[in-house]
Design a protein around this ligand. Structure first.
Ligand code: SF4
Length: 328
């Protein structure tokens, strides 16, 4: 790995942690990446380490500069008040029939209290178009994604990657967007990051077949760049519908973009993990993306802690269901 790759990885890791300020020569992360890309004039700080790397010929073939993520307008954090629209006409009924989830979507389940977990963002049901709300089965979502022209990504992608897994999974894993391997296969998490996700799931006694895995975006952004706000706004309704149809007990948000999209928060993954959020009454645990773990082994321990929280939630939800069934 050359100096350019090492520096790029370091910068991307800092940004993944939600840090916009950079400690090297007073540059921000984006400014440093822009300089790596040769997109900014070096006049601001000609003696910076980045410039020295460039001058030494170590900085070549720069990566694309990513735009900062802004939460799309239809997924603003819930600030209280009644749920005014759903992710499909049947979602309240569906959630009400699945144990511990609060069908109103805006109240913490009582069964979570003994776990003593810090609480984060509460989100009710995002507004959907009548067409997406009418998708009554996961297969309908697959067909709708395959036919979607809601953003330009369908033109450059090889295959749609709508998501796959158990239709009544207890755990739903949500990543960011398909990468090259997923684009080729039409399935999420099939590359090295996917193998690591499989190991993570196995560590809490879940097979991939037992969970449902999807991404925020259903088509690959060129060059694996971050999704744009417009792309997320266009694509998220499919994810909301999948969540309502699968009705998992727990959602595991993998990576900053997934966590931000689900919570509607602009905070980095470092701030969003360590708390339990609520989406449509379903507990959400945010953690690092498996691809980030491949870049930084130091994040494996906090990821394991997050996954254990998800496991505790699953166990508590199952116990609640068992008690409810016993008392019925
Ligand atoms: S990424 Fe989402 S919104 Fe864009 S074309 Fe694909 S399915 Fe449609």
């Amino acid at each position: 790995m050359d100096a350019r790759d090492r520096l790029r990885r370091y910068l991307e890791q800092r940004r993944e942690l939600g840090e916009s300020e950079f400690l090297l020569d007073t540059l921000t992360v984006d400014e440093a990446l822009a300089r790596l890309a040769g997109a900014l004039s070096p006049s601001r700080n000609p003696a910076s380490s980045v410039d020295r790397l460039s001058a030494a010929g170590a900085v070549q073939d720069p990566p694309p500069v990513r735009a900062p993520l802004v939460p799309p307008p239809d997924v603003a954090p819930r600030s209280g008040g009644p749920v005014t629209a759903g992710v499909g006409a049947d979602w309240r009924t569906a959630l009400a029939g699945r144990g511990p989830q609060d069908p109103s979507g805006d109240a913490w389940p009582a069964w979570m209290a003994p776990l003593g977990l810090e609480r984060g963002v509460i989100r009710g049901a995002p507004v959907l178009s009548p067409e997406v709300a009418a998708l009554s089965a996961l297969g309908d979502v697959v067909e709708a994604v395959a036919a979607c022209t809601g953003c330009a990504l369908h033109r450059s992608a090889r295959n749609p990657v709508p998501g796959t897994g158990h239709p009544q999974a207890e755990l739903m894993c949500i990543g960011e967007a398909p990468g090259a391997d997923e684009d080729a296969a039409g399935e999420p998490f099939v590359g090295e990051a996917g193998k690591l996700l499989t190991k993570i799931l196995a560590a809490i006694n879940l097979s991939r077949d037992a969970v449902f895995i999807a991404n925020v975006l259903k088509h690959r952004p060129p060059g694996n760049r971050d999704p744009s706000p417009d792309e997320m706004q266009a694509c998220l309704p499919f994810l909301w519908r999948q969540v309502a149809l699968v009705r998992p007990r727990v959602i595991l948000a993998l990576g900053r973009i997934s966590a931000q999209a689900i919570t509607g928060s602009a905070q980095g993954i470092g701030a969003l993990r360590g708390r339990v959020h609520l989406l449509m009454g379903i507990p959400v645990v945010a953690t690092y993306h498996p691809a980030a773990l491949l870049r930084n082994e130091a994040w494996k321990r906090p990821t394991w802690e997050d996954v254990q929280v998800a496991q505790r939630l699953l166990v508590a939800a199952r116990a609640h269901d068992a008690r409810a069934a016993g008392g019925a």
